[in-house]
Design a protein around this ligand. Structure first.
Ligand SMILES: *Cc1c(COP(=O)(O)O)cnc(C)c1O
Length: 399
């Protein structure tokens, strides 16, 4: 996945354009900037990459989720349904707005389980936030139906799924709003950065103003801009955008390598009958950022992880015991450890986490191994790696 692996001259050239004129700010300073508008250019590129009418760059993927929800009017006391398996950023971004994250089970897609989503809907529910984890997707048609039947927003966190598609559409472009991250370990990196995409002009204008203090961005005189509403600072810098611009142009090249490496490993492991793969919904194509597979039980899974460690197969994880990506170890959330007082509504609204069972999620996450697919591996290296992995899995299954 990580675009940093293939960092090179194109990135340096873009950054130097910005350093040469010294305008590190994405807005204003028209006279000084010698026509370099890297953030604007990157937004344009991303419009075509993600087949979306509007793109707003922001400072991170986490910011993108907050800005997307804010742009659509999600706020204090609103409930946002999200999966039990994701990155901590998902609930952070919701809670920043005073809204309440409602965690529900995932299924064998490793994304939101539609039935669990439907059961979690209450009069307070405002949005369903689907997270397209590890390069693949949840059952989007079913989720979209649920969202429209209940008049709910569908927000897509596609931070890990750049390049994946569903029925011909880029992941991130299916919901009302989509969110991307360009942090250091994502498919396209710009150090720190993110984007909100949408076809809804009002949401776009809201995202544009909200992410820059509520400034309306009308006219050339920054000091004369008015504030139609309150905002915050989630801006990306021109320097970061410059790096992203170089990277996005290389995305087709990255995806070709990623998919090749993914297929070599998948093909090798598919010869082991006990290994099964995550379900990819009909019409879906994975980005190849990660290969996710299931073993028969938690014990074998742990043995394989141990075998990988001993055998030098890096970048493979079982998220069951991981405190970044899975509900089981999110004690800081369950115990609501906040530096500052949290509203009664959110405190009450999160009590369910102390008792709710995530048995179905455990069933899938406990048996899942997720392997990062790197761009820097040569074909020979991937083949050797695939054979080594198969060997270790077979040994663990026999023991
Ligand atoms: C990386 C990531 C984020 C957050 O992105 P940052 O740019 O690091 O803030 C959010 N959601 C998912 C699924 C991610 O993988």
């Amino acid at each position: 996945m990580p675009g940093f692996e293939l960092f090179g001259d194109a990135e340096k050239k873009q950054v130097n354009d910005v350093l040469d004129n010294g305008v590190l700010m994405r807005y204003g300073f028209d006279g000084m900037r010698k026509s370099h508008w890297k953030a604007k250019e990157l937004e344009k590129e991303l419009q075509s990459t993600f087949q979306s009418k509007h793109v707003q760059l922001v400072s991170s993927g986490t910011a993108a989720v907050s800005v997307a929800l804010a742009a659509a009017g999600v706020g204090a006391g609103d409930e946002v349904i999200m999966p039990s398996f994701t990155f901590v950023a998902s609930f952070e971004a919701i809670m920043l707005l005073g809204a309440i994250p409602i965690l529900v089970d995932v299924d064998d897609t490793l994304g939101l389980h539609p039935e669990s989503v439907e059961k979690a809907i209450t009069p307070k529910t405002k949005a369903i936030m689907v997270v397209q984890m590890c390069g693949s997707m949840a059952d989007m048609d079913t989720l979209q139906n649920i969202a429209s039947n209940h008049n709910l927003l569908l927000v897509e966190d596609a931070c890990q799924a750049i390049g994946g598609t569903y029925k011909g559409k880029p992941l991130g472009s299916i919901g009302d709003l989509g969110c991307f991250s360009f942090d250091f370990v994502k498919t396209i990196t710009c150090g720190e950065g993110g984007a909100v995409i949408t076809n809804n002009k009002d949401y776009y204008i809201n995202a544009d103003h909200y992410s820059d203090h509520g400034h309306d961005h009308i006219g050339n005189d920054r000091g004369a801009e008015t504030h139609p509403f309150l905002g915050y600072n989630f801006r990306i810098s021109e320097l970061h955008a410059a790096v992203g611009l170089a990277q996005v142009k290389r995305l087709p090249e990255f995806l070709t390598i990623q998919k090749r490496n993914f297929s070599i490993i998948r093909d090798a492991l598919s010869e082991i009958p006990e290994v099964t793969f995550r379900t990819v919904p009909e019409g879906g194509l994975e980005s190849g950022a990660f290969l996710n597979f299931f073993l028969p039980d938690l014990e074998t899974t742990r043995k394989v992880i141990e075998g990988f460690k001993v055998g030098g197969v890096d970048a493979c994880w079982n998220y069951y015991d991981n405190n970044w990506h899975y509900i089981r170890k999110w004690n800081h959330l369950k115990e609501l450890k906040s530096l500052f007082p949290i509203s009664k509504e959110v405190t009450e609204g999160l009590k369910y986490l102390k008792t709710k069972s995530f048995e179905q999620s455990d069933h899938y996450i406990g048996r899942n191994i997720s392997c990062l697919i790197k761009l820097s591996w040569s074909e020979t290296e991937v083949k050797a790696r695939a054979n080594k992995m198969a060997e270790i899995i077979k040994a663990a299954l026999k023991s």
